[in-house]
Ligand binder design. Structure first.
Ligand SMILES: [Zn+2]
Length: 330
């Protein structure tokens, strides 16, 4: 949807004689084309960019610094990112120390007053902490659509501040998106609730799913800690192998933005103890699917995760997910 929307904006701007900035390739930062009054928004993650794009509609031209498969914990701004953010009318970042390698850069940029950390507005009492992350909160709030509503509202507020005359349309699109988040949450409860209770254990590459686990009653075990920057130790893998064998957990999940070498060690370790574990599928943890696909939108990303998890752990799921739009469910 993001690409389609951008493509549309780009075509419209070209037809109107608009100027296109150069695309910078791998990072997913496409050139921005602006119609006369269009707001140029630069977002760090795809989840933020997609949400801003949906809520902003045709009034905004949004691009993401981090494309599909990009790990935000280790990402550093490129030269073209810096140029893009300098040119943008509004910069949306996640906050909660997700963009750990860009903290100093954003501190500097926020003095110029156009940076909004969209997850920082969530009530701290709703945030989770983590033993690996003393003094900080778990940043993976997009995994719970209920929390993403707050982020969406913050994004809408930032867009309204930048374009006060467009407030009405922004409000309307926010309301429609909020309805979609509610429907996504209801769907998630339904399909995840069909997973047998003793199978509600999610084993993934890193600890990105704690908010998911809290929202839907799953125990979540990550091989790595909360940031992908930490290395998983042999002791941690051995401990997880024992858990898989003892509790007869039949599936583990790889992540699109984290290398899966540790998953192989888990599966081989369990096999050596006579317990067969399958890869339950690939989940989108910290980045969305390919641009221009349903999985490349926030709603599609979560639908994919929820449907894949429920199907692999013995739940009942509709063919191709909530809206029948997934490329391959389960
Ligand atoms: Zn993460």
């Amino acid at each position: 949807m993001l690409l389609t929307r951008r493509g549309f904006i780009r075509q419209a701007a070209l037809a109107a004689g608009g100027v296109m900035a150069g695309a910078s390739g791998l990072t997913g930062f496409s050139g921005t084309a602006r119609a006369a009054s269009q707001l140029i928004v630069s977002a760090t993650t795809g989840m933020i960019a997609d949400t801003a794009s949906v809520i902003g509609g045709n009034l905004v031209s949004v691009s993401a610094l981090m494309g599909p498969g990009v790990d935000p914990h280790g990402y550093r701004q490129t030269r073209s990112d810096i140029v893009a953010m300098a040119r943008a009318d509004l910069v949306l970042r996640h906050g909660l120390y997700l963009e750990a390698q860009m903290e100093a850069f954003f501190e500097d940029l926020s003095r110029k007053g156009k940076v909004v950390a969209v997850a920082d507005t969530i009530d701290p009492s709703l945030l989770l902490s983590h033993e690996d992350y003393p003094g900080r909160y778990d940043p993976h709030v997009w995994m719970d659509p209920e929390l993403w509503k707050t982020v969406s509202t913050t994004i809408a507020s930032a867009l309204k501040t930048a374009q006060p005359d467009q407030a009405e349309g922004i409000e309307e699109r926010l309301a429609a998106f909020t309805d979609e988040l509610d429907a996504l949450d209801a769907y998630s409860r339904q399909v995840l609730g069909s997973v047998p209770e003793n199978a509600r254990v999610l084993v993934t590459a890193h600890d990105a799913f704690s908010y998911f686990g809290r929202a839907y009653g799953f125990e979540v075990l990550g091989i790595q800690g909360i940031s992908t920057e930490s290395e998983a130790g042999l002791a941690r893998i051995a401990e997880l192998v024992d858990t898989l064998v003892e509790r007869k957990i039949g599936a583990v999940f790889v992540e699109s933005s984290v290398p899966d070498r540790n998953m192989k060690a888990l599966i081989e370790g369990a096999a050596a103890k006579g317990h067969k574990v399958a890869i339950g599928g690939e989940l989108f943890s910290d980045a969305m699917g390919q641009s221009g696909t349903y999985e490349g939108t926030y709603l599609g990303m979560i639908d994919h995760n929820v449907t894949t998890i429920a199907a692999a752990l013995g739940g009942t799921v509709p063919d191709r997910g909530r809206l029948g739009q997934l490329q391959a469910a389960g």
